[in-house]
Design a protein around this ligand. Structure first.
Ligand code: HEC
Length: 192
């Protein structure tokens, strides 16, 4: 299994990595690509969950102060959790030193930008939707080799399912609570 250098952990500066193998404990000071994507996924999904719970849920449903809506700038409200994720992912992808990239995608996207583009994405999204489990693969994009990890994104609460089923641009209208709506793909460069 190919290994990613320890420097990766230092550059990332994510505290979650410290507890998952970075900076000692394993002895060899190296992470496998899967350990790295799993750790990144833990951080990305924890952020998503915190924003959903402490900002959207609290302000929209408990305090009834402000809603989260797709056209948040025009309506001067909160961005949707999926949009927050995309804005962060875009910031990372704009950095030329980025060691990884990620995106929230779906076979049934509301926003066409979130549909699968590569063969790996088509297969990965289908696999996570069918099994409800993560899926790992390798692919070559633009002449560079990547380890690509797919993690299911489930409609854990009624609000997810309802909004996706009711949205005019949604390609699927029969989601039920617990169904996989899409997946988070995380890619890291691997050296030959
Ligand atoms: C109020 C409506 C609303 C709610 C609630 C909502 N979504 Fe979405 N979701 C959207 C919209 C709109 C997009 C497209 C955003 C974009 O990228 O511009 C989206 C994007 C997504 C995507 C990327 C694929 C796509 O459809 O574009 C996934 C996966 C997703 N949401 C899953 C979920 C999950 C899981 C939940 C609940 C935890 C959830 N959504 C809650 C409206 C909603």
């Amino acid at each position: 299994m190919k290994r990613i250098k320890k420097v990766t952990c230092l550059l990332l500066g994510l505290s979650v990595l410290a507890s998952s193998g970075c900076g000692g404990g394993r002895g060899d000071g190296k992470l496998t690509p899967q350990e790295m994507t799993d750790a990144l996924f833990a951080a990305i999904s924890a952020n998503r969950e915190a924003y959903t719970r402490e900002v959207v849920d609290r302000l929209q449903y408990q305090e009834r102060i402000m809603e989260a809506k797709e056209h948040f700038r025009e309506e001067k409200v909160l961005p949707l959790p999926a949009q927050m994720l995309r804005m962060s992912a875009e910031t990372i992808s704009q950095s030329k030193d980025a060691l990884f990239s990620y995106a929230l995608l779906s076979q049934w996207p509301i926003n066409k930008q979130n549909g699968p583009r590569t063969e790996s994405e088509k297969v990965g999204l289908r696999r996570v939707a069918e099994t409800g489990k993560s899926h790992y693969t390798e692919e070559t994009l633009g002449g560079k080799k990547y380890f690509s990890a797919y993690y299911p994104d489930k409609g854990v609460v009624e609000a997810c399912v309802k909004c996706h089923n009711d949205h005019p641009d949604s390609l699927r209208k029969d989601f039920r609570v617990g169904d996989v709506i899409g997946g988070i793909v995380i890619r890291v460069r691997i050296d030959e």
